[in-house]
Design a protein. Structure first.
Length: 316
């Protein structure tokens, strides 16, 4: 149990590192004279990441392609919701600087707690304290010295955070007995089924000049690939709520690289918010590990029940 908990914590932290690079690469891809549109960015990074994972599993781990029907439906639902959220995220990101955008997005643990409560999953008092501390820190980080902020961009990022949060408890149900790579692949494919048609319907632009920022797009594809694998591995071992709270470490990464690569700066109050956020992350070591599978017979996601098949199916 302890080994699985440490694996989950490490996976969640690695996911946060990769997720923290997403707004930096996204802003770089959408900047400059010959730039990608938000729709093109989200379609390319999601589609390429999904195809890469599908290819790897088809060649090396074909048994990971199996998933029971209710689990597949859960991944499709989660991917569809997250795909719509991704469209809001990148359009919102195009209207805000990378640090502010990621700080707003960091409110998603608050929404995760709401969705988990609707699914009849309990939240510890320490987790509630950490959510309050994290949200307060995110407010400091977001609004300190942020005059003239684009309100449409703010609204889009909050919607993206709520939708991203909803897909986590859905996938948590499926991850009870399905490997993280399997859940990741079908979720990414379902996201692609949303974002690629959206790009073809609403945009279709694609920069083809020598100055087109393809390198940031490839970087974004890589961080999408690895962050999703680590995210669902974390959810599998420590649950959606703790993974979401540890995922706030992506703010530290986003701010660091925004400073280094995009020359963005923070105020004193924002640095205070960073301290509060860091303290919230450290409190994970005082959380009690999950002692039972997150499968309930009640709640909005109770229909996502695993079938009876060999527990060691994926090991062969």
């Amino acid at each position: 149990m302890q080994k699985g908990r440490i694996t989950g914590i490490n996976a969640a932290l690695f996911s946060a590192v990769f997720l923290g690079l997403a707004p930096v690469f996204g802003k770089a891809a959408m900047g400059g004279a010959d730039k990608f549109s938000p729709f093109a960015v989200v379609a390319l990074r999601t589609g390429m990441a999904a195809l890469l994972l599908l290819l790897i599993m088809a060649v090396f781990k074909r048994q990971f392609l199996y998933i029971y029907p209710a689990g597949l439906l859960g991944c499709v639902l989660a991917g569809g919701i997250n795909g719509i959220g991704s469209l809001f995220y990148y359009v919102g990101l195009s209207k805000l600087n990378a640090s502010i955008a990621q700080m707003l997005y960091a409110l998603y643990p608050f929404f995760v707690a709401i969705w988990l409560r609707l699914d009849h999953q309990s939240t510890s008092r320490l987790t509630v304290v950490r959510i309050i501390l994290a949200c307060f820190s995110a407010v400091l980080l977001t609004w300190a010295g942020a005059e003239g902020i684009d309100l449409v961009g703010v609204a889009f990022m909050v919607i993206a955070a709520a939708l991203y949060a909803f897909h986590i408890p859905i996938n948590q149900r499926v991850l009870y007995d399905v490997p993280a790579p399997t859940v990741t692949m079908y979720t990414l494919l379902s996201m692609s089924a949303i974002v690629v048609p959206a790009y073809l319907i609403f945009d279709r632009s694609l920069p083809m000049g020598n100055d087109a920022p393809w390198l940031p797009v490839f970087g974004l594809t890589a961080v999408t690939f690895f962050s999703r694998l680590m995210l669902f591995l974390g959810v599998k071992h420590i649950g959606g709520m703790q993974t979401a709270l540890l995922g706030l470490g992506e703010l530290l990464v986003a701010i660091l690289f925004s400073h280094l690569l995009l020359d963005e700066r923070l105020t004193v109050l924002q640095w205070i918010g960073m301290g509060g956020l860091g303290f919230s992350l450290l409190l994970v070591w005082f959380e009690k590990p999950i002692t039972h599978p997150p499968v309930q017979t009640q709640g909005v996601l109770s229909w996502l029940q695993p079938p009876d098949f060999p527990a060691d199916f994926y090991k062969h």
